[in-house]
Structure formats: structure tokens, C-alpha cells
Design a protein around this ligand. Structure first.
Ligand SMILES: CC(C)(COP(=O)(O)OP(=O)(O)OC[C@H]1O[C@@H](n2cnc3c(N)ncnc32)[C@H](O)[C@@H]1OP(=O)(O)O)[C@@H](O)C(=O)NCCC(=O)NCCS
Length: 203
């Protein structure tokens, strides 16, 4: 457990911080575990994605200069990562690297129809159950409003009930469960629940 402290929880866009350090990049690239069949394990995801983080799409929660969690988002076709093919080729070789890169691009395109999309949310284990994710979500709503959107959408794995409870508490409602679509028949995507939160009827 982190020591209980009176220091306030701060939330900032990564792009507004002087230079987000490497441990933050590691935390951010540790997400996207559902794409491990494309992006490999955590260490591999770090090597593939850490140099191409779009810091203006990452909110970081920190207290006493320690990063406790992040929320990544996507809108106007720009998400938290924009890797080129090169790190994939370096990691997996020319043919396999190009194929994995293509699959990654397809997986990213799958989200094209969302206006403002919550791409990832994670809080370090020692800081959970202190309202960090709730605060990150509030700031996500603010980011969505500022970029002209009237709702926030997300996908959460059907088996992730803890996250679903948090989203429901924060006003998200279930839209549908996406079982296995055409892409899921080809690739091992997990079943996900689509959730949505209006910023108009639910300010
Ligand atoms: C899901 C996750 C982001 C939640 O983060 P968190 O910071 O613990 O979330 P919060 O603290 O805001 O809320 C979680 C719980 O703590 C409670 N809580 C919030 N503030 C609290 C406080 N000050 N004191 C005690 N409890 C508190 C909430 O009511 C909620 O309770 P519940 O689980 O019984 O519903 C975190 O567990 C995580 O990173 N999981 C792994 C990654 C993941 O699943 N991400 C979601 C992908 S879609």
C-alpha cells in the first residue's frame, strides 16, 4: 500500500508535463493486453510503442510526483499510439513484423466509428480503491466536452466486472455486447461490452 498522504491527487495531460519519465511510458504501454497476440508481452509492447506515444491523448494521475494511473483516449482518429512499421520489423523480422503491424492498424481502425473513445484506463495496484480512476474519468469527460463531443464510449472485456461496476457508477450504460464479429472470427479478440455515457443528459 502507498502511504496515506494528504497531498492532493493531480491529473494532467502528458503533453503538459515537462518530460514524462520512462516509468510512465512503461505503465501506459502495459495496457492493451487483449492485443498480446499481436503486440507480445508487456516488455515487447514497451519496445514497440514507447517511442510513439501521443502524450496529448494521455491523462496521468499522480500524487507527490508519483504516477498512480492513466487514462488514454482517442478522438479525431488520433489515439495514444502512432507506431510505424519499423519497430515491428526490428522485433519480429520483416515478414512477421509487417503482418503484425498490419493487424495492429486493423485493430486500431476497428474503433473508427467512435467519436470520443476511452482507449485505456489503469491504476497501479497500490493506489486502487482510492478514487483515482473515478477522478481520471471525470477529467476524461472534461476532455471530451472540450473537444466538442457529447458522449464518451468504451469497450470493456465482458469478464472485467470490476471495471464495468466503475463505469456504471460513473454513468455509463451498456449499449451492446460485441461477440465475435468478422474480425473476431479470424483473430482471438475477447468478447467486449460496449458502454456509453452521455455528457448532455448526464453532465
Ligand atoms: C478498474 C480500475 C481502473 C479501477 O481503479 P481504481 O482507482 O481502484 O477505481 P476507484 O478507486 O475510482 O473505484 C474503485 C472502487 O473503489 C471505491 N472507492 C473510490 N474512492 C474510494 C475511497 N476514497 N475510499 C475507498 N473506496 C473508494 C469505489 O466506490 C469503487 O468501489 P467498487 O469496486 O466496490 O465499485 C483498476 O482496478 C485497474 O487498473 N484495473 C486493471 C486495468 C483495468 O481493468 N482497466 C479497465 C479496462 S476497460
Amino acid at each position: 500500500m502507498l502511504e496515506t498522504t494528504t497531498a492532493p491527487l493531480l491529473i494532467a495531460l502528458g503533453s503538459s508535463l515537462p518530460k514524462p519519465d520512462d516509468s510512465i511510458a512503461r505503465m501506459i504501454t502495459s495496457g492493451r493486453g487483449s492485443l498480446a497476440f499481436i503486440l507480445g508481452d508487456e516488455a515487447c509492447r514497451y519496445r514497440l510503442l514507447a517511442t510513439s506515444i501521443n502524450w496529448d491523448r494521455i491523462l496521468i494521475a499522480y500524487r507527490d510526483c508519483t504516477a498512480l494511473g492513466y487514462a488514454a483516449f482517442k478522438h479525431h482518429r488520433r489515439g495514444p499510439f502512432s507506431p510505424g512499421v519499423r519497430p515491428f520489423v526490428r522485433e519480429f523480422g520483416r515478414l512477421r513484423g509487417a503482418l503484425r503491424y498490419l493487424l495492429f492498424v486493423i485493430a486500431e481502425c476497428r474503433e473508427w466509428y467512435y467519436g470520443f473513445y476511452l482507449y485505456g484506463l489503469r491504476v497501479i495496484k497500490q493506489a486502487r480503491h482510492q478514487g483515482v480512476a473515478t477522478s481520471l474519468l471525470r477529467e476524461i469527460f472534461e476532455q471530451a466536452r472540450q473537444s466538442g463531443h457529447d458522449r464518451v464510449e468504451l469497450e470493456v472485456q465482458v469478464k472485467n466486472q470490476r471495471a464495468q461496476r466503475l463505469y456504471t457508477q460513473q454513468g455509463f450504460t451498456k449499449v451492446r455486447i460485441t461477440p465475435v464479429n468478422w474480425l473476431g472470427r479470424l483473430l482471438p479478440f475477447p468478447a467486449v461490452m460496449n458502454m456509453r455515457r452521455s455528457l448532455v443528459s448526464h453532465p
